[in-house]
Design a protein around this ligand. Structure first.
Ligand code: CA
Length: 233
């Protein structure tokens, strides 16, 4: 499963070596770049499956690298940041990053993020091949064309906002969506109250789709950042 190509963008040689050694050990193919300009060049010439991108680069800010890549590609970008502030993560996610790792991170965390991304890639490929309008994730099923959702054989009774929220999370399975992104998609703006409303709707949605709403299986909470729907096996 590991034969995907990963572009590692990191100016710190010791972190870069840790990442590439891990990738090598686990049969991933990789390319490296140590600054933003070569990252953009490598990304455009080799079209990697995933980009692991350090935000603090010597030449261009990582956020600008994401924006540049996003102007022509949807390739998954996992941001690596020494800056643990939520603000940077949120800015990177809003610029189009898919996920994040905060330094220092463990080899297990890195591999877990890559597995999530690979499942997302496989899902995107599968859904573009079949181009079906039904999303299936574990026992959860969303029929976009018919506008209804099911858990097992049971139809879910969702309010219009819960349904839109579920569709949005489903269409972005595997990707961390920020509060701002979600509220803009659902309410068309991002007023202060929207995040509070989002929490309320997320709670009611979870009660309907999760067997244990306190330890959700489908939708993860990223405290201070947003939410992500996980691909359930
Ligand atoms: Ca750096």
């Amino acid at each position: 499963m590991n034969k995907i190509l990963i572009l590692v963008v990191e100016d710190d040689a010791s972190v870069r070596n840790l990442i590439t050694t891990t990738l090598k050990t686990h049969d991933y193919k990789y390319l490296v770049a140590s600054n933003g300009e070569s990252a953009i060049m490598e990304a455009s010439s080799h079209n990697p499956d995933v980009v692991l991108l350090d935000l603090g680069l010597p030449d261009i800010d990582g956020i600008e690298v994401i924006k540049c890549i996003r102007s022509w590609s949807n390739m998954p970008v996992i941001v690596i940041s020494a800056r643990s502030e939520d603000k940077d993560k949120i800015e990177a996610l809003d610029a189009g990053a898919d996920d994040y790792l905060t330094k220092p991170f463990s080899v297990e965390e890195l591999l877990a993020r890559l597995r999530v991304t690979q499942r997302r890639l496989a899902f995107m490929e599968e859904s573009s091949v079949t181009s079906n309008s039904v999303f299936v994730n574990g026992r959860l099923k969303v029929d976009f064309a018919a506008g209804c959702a099911y858990l097992g054989d049971r139809e879910l009774h969702l309010t219009p906002i819960e349904y839109r929220l579920l569709c949005l999370m489903s269409k972005n399975v595997g990707k961390v969506l920020t509060h701002t992104y979600i509220t803009q998609k659902i309410w068309g703006g991002s007023r202060e109250n929207d995040v509070a409303s989002l929490r309320v709707f997320m709670t009611t949605l979870r009660k309907k789709i999760e067997s244990e709403p306190d330890s959700p299986q489908y939708i993860q909470t990223h405290i201070g950042v947003g939410y992500r729907m996980m691909k359930v096996e």
